[in-house]
Design a protein around this ligand. Sequence first.
Ligand code: SF4
Length: 417
Amino acid sequence: MLSQINRDWKDIPWDCALRTATPTVATVLEKALAGDDLGFEEGLALATVEGQDLVALVRVADELRRREVGDRITYVVNRNLNFTNVCIVGCAFCGFSRNADAPDAYFHSIETLVAKSVEAVERGATEVCIQGGLPKDLDGYFYAQLLRAIKSQLPALHVHAYSPMEITYGVDKTRLPLRDYMFMLKDAGLNSIPGTAAEILDDSVRKSLSPNKLKVRQWINVIRTAHNIGIPSTSTMMYGHTEFPEHWVRHILLVREIQKDTAGFTEFVPLGFIHPETRLFRSGAARAGHSIHEDLIVHALARVLLHGYIPNIQVSWVKMGFEMSLECLQAGANDFSGTLMEESISKSAGATFGESVTPGELRAMIRTIGRIPAERSTTYKILKVFEHSDPQEHVPAGRLPLFGGTADHAGLNAIGY
Ligand code: SF4
């Protein structure tokens, strides 16, 4: 594990780290630093690094981050709206979904969701992020109705909503062509979509995770259609379950190929698998979530493979916690995600890192690693740079217990995606 190899790894200049790497890894990283695209074998060499090669990878990834986006760490003030946990899909990695007759099943009304959006704006949010389960009897036009209701009250609010799985479900329900359905959502106020439901973009892995979920070609089709009609998206990858490093590399390279054509991805977000409350883990099919080693490699690998194509690599604090997020923000990542205000999906799977963080807490944590906080829009327009600290800034009590000390990485590893 990295901190055990060299406790001062973050102070090692990238060129010094490069000199101590094995020749194969050093050659690949030098090629990345020269601005050349890496291929599958080169990516795989990086995805399996250990020891001094791992130090070289994360230091070079951090240098590429500095060259590409500078020293700011961005965040968005947003609110998550997980409008229902009722779902018929049955993904084995999901601890969130419920049957319709479960005692804790819920479906928020449109009025409730509009009220939550209004409250979010009053608390400074510029975005709501809307995703939910797929209930059997969902009206295929519900997604558009919800957009119209929110936009009628809050026309300036950015609505980031509906995964490719939800959009595919809406298409199935309405029998509209995909492109027409997405134009309808855009006309109703959809500003961007989350590139979730990607998990690992490999059908053999997806079959073991969720045989009922959309196939790789369907995910690509939704994403390309969105980008082609002017709806940007994020891109994500879930790691730490049944996949191998080769799947990370193929997944990231596939995202890069789409980006070369469409330029529609705003960011790449590695999402560590949170295992405790999932059927996938309890059945023995998956490992116990993402490790520290994987967290560092995946974020650094994404920076190196996507360099020149997707400038923003986001950490998910709700999956990794704040301490590990700050480590990854020094290993190639540059975006701290959002305030969320409420979060149900990861918490239901067993995550314990909280559901909300204030902008002041994010800024305070960013300053602890010597970087500059900046609030951004969903599409990475810089809204405000915070050059100096302010009274709202304080490190969240009890949620960064090990910062500045010796990280109990074994303990962190027990708390997965
Ligand atoms: S991950 Fe989404 S689609 Fe899969 S079971 Fe959970 S809520 Fe349903």
